[in-house]
Write a protein that binds this ligand. Structure first.
Ligand code: HEM
Length: 163
């Protein structure tokens, strides 16, 4: 792995391995739950960040939601795009702006799903990552389904475990 590609600089605060200190899921149609997560945004020297999120139930035993993807940067602008593939049969293209030096807001522009993916269908998602003054990262993930209007599904606080 060579030096970090210059294009990644505006998101250098996001790069690395993160572990949840508090991860909560909720939605009007489901029972609220807690979980644990390990997430990473890593560079292998390309102008791309490789993303991975692995979650387990609250006692850390049963794997739950898994997703991975790639973030590309629109050179010369503050626009980024994240492509994800998720273990329950959904794929997303999300785009957004690096709002300032410590936050990133992404919104889905395309959602794909397997023909036999579980209902209800997610029709829109957004993720907002914000770094706080103590170097902790917060994620607010909102979603819309064909049954329920856009609202929060996940709220996670992470600490960085390694660069
Ligand atoms: C439920 C989507 C991430 C755990 C759901 C539902 C959808 C959904 C569409 C069904 C809601 C309903 O029945 O009205 C997504 C998407 C995600 C995501 C698009 C990421 C982009 C996660 C993560 C976890 C999680 C990270 C936890 C580790 C759950 C659980 C339910 C649920 C436990 C309830 C399942 C049930 O009652 O059958 N999610 N989710 N989700 N999600 Fe997520």
């Amino acid at each position: 792995v060579g030096p970090m590609n210059e294009i990644l600089k505006p998101l250098c605060w996001l790069i690395g391995h993160w572990k949840s200190i508090k991860a909560v899921g909720f939605y009007p149609t489901i029972k609220s739950f807690r979980y644990v997560e390990q997430m990473s945004f890593l560079s292998v020297g390309q102008p791309i960040l490789n993303y991975q999120s692995v979650t387990w139930n609250a006692d850390g035993k049963a794997p739950m939601h898994l997703e991975s993807g790639h973030m590309r940067f629109d050179e010369g602008t503050n626009k980024v795009s994240l492509l994800t593939a998720q273990n329950f049969g959904v794929a997303t293209v999300e785009e957004g702006l690096i709002c300032d030096e410590q936050s990133l807001l992404l919104e889905s522009v395309m959602i794909g799903r397997m023909s036999f993916a579980k209902k209800p269908f997610v029709t829109k998602i957004s993720r907002c990552y914000t770094l706080d003054e103590n170097g902790r990262l917060n994620l607010v993930m909102k979603m819309e389904t064909d049954k329920t209007p856009m609202q929060e599904h996940l709220n996670v606080m992470y600490t960085k475990t390694e660069k």
